[in-house]
Design a protein around this ligand. Structure first.
Ligand SMILES: NC(=O)C1=CN([C@@H]2O[C@H](COP(=O)(O)OP(=O)(O)OC[C@H]3O[C@@H](n4cnc5c(N)ncnc54)[C@H](OP(=O)(O)O)[C@@H]3O)[C@@H](O)[C@H]2O)C=CC1
Ligand SMILES: CC(C)(CO)C(=O)C(=O)O
Length: 342
């Protein structure tokens, strides 16, 4: 039987772990789009040090490329799935829809977003109205420690489901999501499951990311120290979790009573874990500020929900993001027309 064709866009931490399981299943062939790690992977393959799969040296997916395949050329067969595992940073171009556009076959390729954040699916719906959109809420822990060297320290754990798109029949999108889970996890040994209510899963996950990620980045502190400082946990983390719960509730999603406990205890006491936003800031990289904090805040404004802590944290994170942009030469300190503070 022909294998399912999957394009993985952004083969860093999560992209590599997903590519590995998809290929290992024997039912998928992965084309991995790589960028800064392309040369290293071409030369020596990818090394994976995995808590779940052991030590893997020089692993290679079916194909590695350093550009997005252009399916309109007619030389590349269409992809059944496009799995997007780049960081998602809409405040600096190119945005995800522009990145993947050449590889999307209208009406065929299902697009799966594995990225953190809320509302990340919306720009894809308007750009690719006839393609099924699938949302993957990812709890896996994986970091690229050097080009094409992946440290996988928390078991692959994903909740995957269809995201409603007006021109795509619900059953088509659900079928695409279920089939993707089937090819990813054919024998059910992984904690990678179909979720009929992925919107709820996203709100639940954002309670961790909107609280722990920015507070860790601002303080340059791991989540155990955040919790060990009762003050930081009580005055910053808990209020943000409560604010996220209130926004979700106003948008029609009731989060479970164990939410606070689940966020506080997501990282075991034994580890000193710095969430991705903190790691990115320490590396001088742009951070996923808009989808993790900006979007929940915009939802809150629309729904008239009070979110004082989230707003303060957003202001600080926007400032830190600007510092990263300036250091990278992506922003110049100039006055924009209409700025009342000039
Ligand atoms: N890592 C984790 O444990 C978890 C991550 N997530 C989410 O998953 C997503 C991916 O995170 P993660 O795997 O850590 O990210 P990484 O930074 O490890 O990997 C992202 C990869 O995408 C590449 N990339 C970015 N833009 C492009 C582009 N335009 N064209 C081609 N390649 C591109 C990057 O290349 P380059 O190196 O050149 O920038 C990098 O190789 C994020 O949204 C994150 O929030 C969710 C849960 C856990
Ligand atoms: C905590 C983790 C790794 C997965 O839940 C994550 O989402 C992040 O660091 O941003």
């Amino acid at each position: 039987m022909a294998k399912t064709r999957v394009l993985v866009v952004g083969t860093g931490g999560i992209g590599t772990i997903s590519s590995y399981s998809l290929e290992k299943s024997g039912t998928a062939e992965v084309t991995a789009v790589m960028r800064s790690n392309y040369d290293a992977a071409q030369q020596n393959g990818i090394d994976i040090d995995s808590v779940q799969f052991g030590q893997i040296k020089g692993w290679r997916p079916t194909a590695i490329t350093n550009s997005i395949p252009d399916v309109s050329s007619g030389t590349v067969p269409p992809f059944d799935y496009i799995l997007v595992t780049t960081k998602n940073i809409p405040d600096y171009p190119p945005v995800v829809s522009d990145i993947i556009a050449p590889a999307v076959t209208p009406g065929k390729s299902a697009i799966i977003l594995s990225q953190n954040g809320i509302n990340i699916e919306k720009p894809l719906i308007s750009r690719f109205p006839t393609n099924p959109i699938i949302s993957a809420v990812v709890y896996t822990g994986a970091t690229e420690t050097a080009p094409a060297k992946i440290y996988h320290d928390a078991n692959d754990c994903q909740k995957i489901g269809a995201y409603a798109s007006p021109q795509v029949p619900v059953e088509v999108a659900e079928e695409a999501a279920k089939k993707f889970v089937q090819i990813y996890n054919p024998d059910g040994k992984l904690d990678v499951i179909y979720s009929p209510d992925v919107a709820k899963a996203r709100w639940r996950k954002i309670a961790y990311n909107a609280s722990m990620n920015p507070v860790a980045a601002i303080l340059r502190m791991d989540t155990r120290r955040i919790r060990q400082s009762q003050h930081v946990a009580e005055d910053l983390i808990l209020p943000i979790i409560h604010e996220i719960r209130a926004i979700a509730e106003a948008s029609g999603v009731t989060l479970e009573p164990d939410l606070v406990h689940a966020v506080i205890h997501q990282d075991p006491n034994s580890c000193e874990f710095k969430p991705s936003m903190c790691q990115d800031y320490e590396k001088g990289n742009l951070m996923e500020v808009e989808n993790i904090i900006g979007e929940p805040l915009r939802e809150a404004e629309k729904l008239n929900v009070s979110t004082p802590t989230l707003r303060t944290i957003y202001g600080i994170m926007k400032g830190l993001q600007l510092r990263v942009k300036e250091a990278k030469g992506l922003w110049e300190p100039t006055w924009q027309p209409g700025n009342p503070f000039e």
